[in-house]
Design a protein around this ligand. Structure first.
Ligand SMILES: Cc1cc2nc3c(=O)[nH]c(=O)nc-3n(C[C@H](O)[C@H](O)[C@H](O)COP(=O)(O)OP(=O)(O)OC[C@H]3O[C@@H](n4cnc5c(N)ncnc54)[C@H](O)[C@@H]3O)c2cc1C
Length: 472
């Protein structure tokens, strides 16, 4: 039994902690704040309640696997999870278009797109998603299920998206996601794709075609909501950790990883005290800890960070009932980042049936709309929004930084293949023996599902050693 110190109680760190405890290790999580979950927050006021972080989960299999591997009760036994169906509504005010797409049905999606954008649109969309499936098939293991190896890093730098060749043109470089959207979808349908990718904090003008895999994952595996809010998922993972005897120390800010005789030996806390450990898992942005920083790694991988945007979120308390048939998630597309409007049908989020809680968010960056403009865009999705508004709470990137510690409140998107490896993250094993990286700033990147995967990768590396090749 080894003593393992985990830094931060975010979702990736807790997923790692639970798995390591099951493997027989003595695991202690050091969290600087007074609670667990990091970005997965919950805000309550006057009987209204809101998720302040993610509003939906893609790839629920990641957490199903975590619960199967760490205890008797399945994920579904621990949280009340439902697939959002319809999956998403797209509103394109500039084009006067509005389309609602069903969940996990390629045929249903094609029919809806044909109806909104004209015949042939569904076929073009599913053509792109078919090629995105090739990306998924080619990269699933090296990008998601295996610790990042040096050879794989180089291979993953090449864009696997099989873009449609344009006759008569020399192919100098693989097309960007924006070019794929323009050439293979065109017009407003292309904007649906670029907007969807942009909502992850990925810039379509520089992202590779492989970013189409984000749309493929959503359409294929669905979008899932946890009743009682996504915070309930964080609570379930925390409780699973406690069941497995993981110890949590709250109010414990880690300043540095201690290294003795060339290997990780514990933590230095902000109060000046030291905590000895046999291995350390960094579950926070590694730029915050010089020893975990990727610049110390033999891969010489630049840390992700400067190019990663934050979010602005409005929590809206509305009078009046949520109309029957309201779509859970709407993307209102604009010239800049789209606005995501979440309207969960969940009594836990409102004081009674005569009120509604709505969350509006947009990726923050150059050209991001101000809260007032976000409200204007959200109004395209929620009829009579301003007349119904009782109060609003604005959450800025500074609030996200306070919740996660990530400089600038940056929210890391999932890792993507292509772009010469620029969109990959530092590997889970660091240059310092005994020091590992988990959470959204490590391979395979951010988002609930991807950060959850770091739990399987890091625990595999610690339990099975450097030869670990991913779970079968
Ligand atoms: C507004 C917002 C919207 C999002 N939307 C989505 C979405 O729609 N879909 C999706 O899949 N994902 C979304 N995400 C991302 C997702 O929430 C995260 O990627 C995921 O929760 C994984 O987080 P993590 O493991 O990296 O830990 P984090 O959430 O980053 O938590 C890190 C933890 O470490 C603690 N910590 C930091 N520094 C220290 C230190 N020095 N010592 C001790 N503890 C420390 C922090 O207090 C925090 O608890 C969103 C995030 C935000 C903020």
């Amino acid at each position: 039994m080894a003593r393992i110190a985990v830094i931060g109680a975010g979702m990736g760190a807790m997923a790692t902690a639970a798995r390591l405890a099951v493997a027989g290790h003595r695991v202690t999580v050091y969290e600087r704040s007074g609670t667990f979950g990091g970005a997965v927050g919950w805000y309550e006021r006057d009987g209204f309640a809101f998720d302040t972080g993610p509003g939906l989960l893609h790839l629920p299999a990641v957490y199903r696997d975590l619960f199967v591997k760490t205890g008797k009760r399945s994920l579904e036994d621990c949280v009340d999870m439902a697939q959002a169906n319809p999956a998403v509504r797209h509103v394109l005010p500039r084009h006067g278009l509005d389309v609602t797409l069903p969940g996990a049905s390629h045929g249903g999606v094609a029919a809806a797109l044909d109806g909104a954008f004209g015949p042939g649109s569904g076929e073009r969309w599913n053509g792109v998603l078919g090629r995105a499936r090739d990306v998924w098939d080619a990269t699933r293991r090296p990008l998601l299920e295996e610790p990042l190896r040096e050879g794989a890093r180089q291979a993953l730098g090449t864009d696997p998206y099989p873009a449609v060749r344009r006759s008569g043109l020399l192919r100098r470089r693989p097309p960007t996601l924006a070019e794929v959207a323009g050439r293979e979808l065109g017009g407003p349908l292309g904007e649906v794709l670029t907007g969807l990718v942009r909502a992850y904090g990925v810039d379509p003008a520089s992202a590779p075609g492989s970013a189409t895999v984000l749309a493929y994952m959503e359409q294929t595996f669905g979008s899932w909501y946890v009743r009682g809010g996504m915070r309930a998922l964080a609570t379930a993972v925390y409780e699973r950790c406690l069941e497995r005897k993981v110890e949590f120390v709250f109010g414990a800010e880690v300043r540095e990883v201690l290294v003795r005789d060339g290997r990780a030996a514990g933590l230095l806390l902000a109060d000046g005290s030291e905590r000895a450990a046999d291995s350390v898992v960094c579950g926070i942005d590694p730029r915050l800890l010089p020893t975990a920083s990727p610049s110390r790694s033999p891969e010489a991988v630049p840390a992700r960070g400067e190019d990663v945007p934050g979010r602005t979120t409005l929590l809206l308390a509305l009078r009046g009932a949520r109309p029957a048939g309201t779509v859970h998630r709407t993307l209102v597309h604009s010239a800049g980042a789209p606005v995501t409007v979440m309207r969960p049908d969940d009594p836990a989020t409102r004081p009674d049936g005569d009120h509604e809680a709505v969350t509006v968010s947009a990726v923050h960056g150059p050209g991001t709309a101000e809260p007032e403009e976000l409200l204007n865009l959200a109004e395209k999705a929620v009829q009579g929004l301003r007349e119904r508004l009782l109060w609003q709470e604005v959450r800025t990137p500074a609030d996200v930084e306070a919740a996660t510690g990530a400089p600038g409140g940056a929210v890391p998107p999932p890792a993507l293949a292509g772009a010469g490896g620029r969109l990959l993250y530092p590997g889970n094993a660091s240059a310092v023996p005994g020091l590992f990286r988990a959470g959204g700033w490590a391979h395979p990147g951010g988002g609930l599902a991807h950060a959850g995967m770091t739990g399987a990768l890091v625990s595999g590396l610690i339990v099975e050693g450097a030869g670990f090749r991913g779970s079968q």
